[in-house]
Design a protein around this ligand. Structure first.
Ligand SMILES: C[S@@+](CC[C@H](N)C(=O)[O-])C[C@H]1O[C@@H](n2cnc3c(N)ncnc32)[C@H](O)[C@@H]1O
Length: 355
């Protein structure tokens, strides 16, 4: 009769989490493991199962989560490429996910749909966007009711009435200060404007006021109740932070997978879209970010960063090749607006940089 150890002791011995041990036992992958009195006991002699899924635990029942807003620079198109780069073959389990410039969260929602992490951190410097994430996490029913009201009012209207309605909501959004008593209304206005404005852009003027005109969607889904409810459940244990990406430093350690998707370095004067908020993300900011990446690289975290490829317009511009010369740089293609003219939407190369 072998000696038995607890799941916690096996976790310490195999250098994986206790939760992972339970999953492996449940999957019958630990010889002789038994479930006794609400806990797993494991023969002291049992070997650690070979585990190729190094970064995450695949969900037994995946769900489909989609970004709840359209976001400039959204990474929907690059998901397949990003997935190929996810660290899946390692000796260590990455149990934490961190996306400190989350925007619309294309990769976040793909990851939350399919994988389980023990801890997840998301952040962004845009307070209205982060408020929307927080309201979906904490007040989703109220939000859904408000969005349904907006949808029921807006959709049956003719063009002129829609315009008047859109601009009245835009005025309310701009004149309402975000605080405890306005936060649900503001999240509803934010999502309404995103679904009905031109191209789903979020752009503010120097005074921080949202200034995008109305779009021309015939029948926009303003309230996607099912998706919002699913996101609400998925955000249950997610830490949501408003502020600079550097605030995530204390979360990041050698068990963390970090994805950073900063505002693109503009490829041309006219393609500069960096007004997600009032600040700009110029080359100095790109360099500050590279320094931050060097710091978190020292923790042993697994990091992926995406950006535009300046070589699309100037083959001699090696800004990122120089900045990230210690890292692996992969060039992948994506369809993007190269400048403000619609016909200039073409296949261009983008950078995926990792350690
Ligand atoms: C390219 S977008 C991210 C898009 C996102 N990956 C998606 O799929 O929608 C860049 C994001 O970085 C945010 N941002 C800009 N400067 C920041 C900073 N200093 N700290 C944190 N977030 C920042 C912007 O508000 C914007 O949402």
């Amino acid at each position: 009769m072998p000696d038995y150890i607890s799941a916690k002791e096996a976790a310490d011995k195999w250098n994986i989490s206790q939760r992972r041990v339970s999953v492996l036992c449940r999957e019958n992958r630990v010889d002789g493991a038994m479930f006794i009195g609400k806990m797993w006991v494991i023969p002291n002699t049992a070997q650690k199962p070979i585990d190729k899924r190094a970064i995450r635990y695949e969900k037994e029942r995946p769900i489909t989560l989609k970004p709840f807003v359209k976001w400039a620079g959204g990474k929907g198109q690059l998901i397949d490429e990003l997935e190929k780069m996810l660290p899946t073959n390692g000796s260590k389990v990455l149990t934490k996910y961190c996306e400190p410039m989350v925007g619309g969260g294309a990769l976040l929602f793909d990851i939350l749909s399919k994988y389980e992490f023990e801890e997840v951190y998301i952040g962004d410097i845009n307070p209205e966007l982060i408020n929307a994430y927080q309201i979906i996490k904490n007040n989703v029913e109220e939000l859904i009711n408000k969005l349904k009201e907006l949808q029921t009012s807006f959709l049956p209207m003719g063009e002129n009435d829609r315009k008047a309605f859109y601009y009245s909501i835009r005025d309310k959004f701009n004149s309402t200060v975000l605080n405890e008593s306005t936060k649900v209304d503001k999240a509803a206005y934010f999502i309404f404007l995103n679904k009905t404005c031109f191209n789903g852009l979020y752009r503010v003027n120097r005074k921080g006021q949202f200034n995008v005109p109305m779009g021309a969607y015939k029948n926009p889904t303003i309230c996607d109740e099912e998706n919002l409810s699913n996101i609400h459940k998925a955000l249950k244990n997610v830490t949501i932070v408003c502020g600079d990406y550097s605030l995530s430093k204390s979360f990041i350690d050698n068990n963390t997978f970090v994805y950073l998707d900063p505002p693109y370095r503009p490829l041309s004067e006219t393609s500069a879209f960096t007004s997600y908020n009032m600040g700009t993300f110029d080359d100095k900011e790109q360099i500050r970010l590279a320094k931050f990446i060097d710091q978190i690289n020292c923790t042993g975290a697994k990091i992926i960063l995406s950006n535009s490829d300046p070589k699309n317009v100037n083959p001699n511009d090696s800004f990122f090749d120089d900045l990230y010369k210690e890292y692996k740089i992969k060039r992948v293609s994506a369809k993007r607006m190269i400048n403000s003219k619609a016909e200039n939407r073409g296949e261009i190369s983008e950078l995926l940089i990792c350690n």
